[in-house]
Design a protein around this ligand. Sequence first.
Ligand SMILES: [Zn+2]
Length: 81
Amino acid sequence: MSIIIKDEKELFNYKWETKKCERIDGDCWCRAIFPKKKLMINYGNDELEEVYIIPSGCVDKDVAEYIVKLHNKELNNEKKR
Ligand SMILES: [Zn+2]
């Protein structure tokens, strides 16, 4: 099940999660960051593409988990307002 969004900014309205690297078997140093729900967008080439925040191979596990923690916490705070 996926959600189609019209604007990339909408991804800020959804919780995020870290994802293990799919290119390497076992535990890699990096983590990708994706929305928890599968978000799809059409960038204008008649094709739906999955929206991600940070692809694998860019940030290490600790940084990725920290970013996700901050974002999800902020999202919860916004909903409480
Ligand atoms: Zn990796």
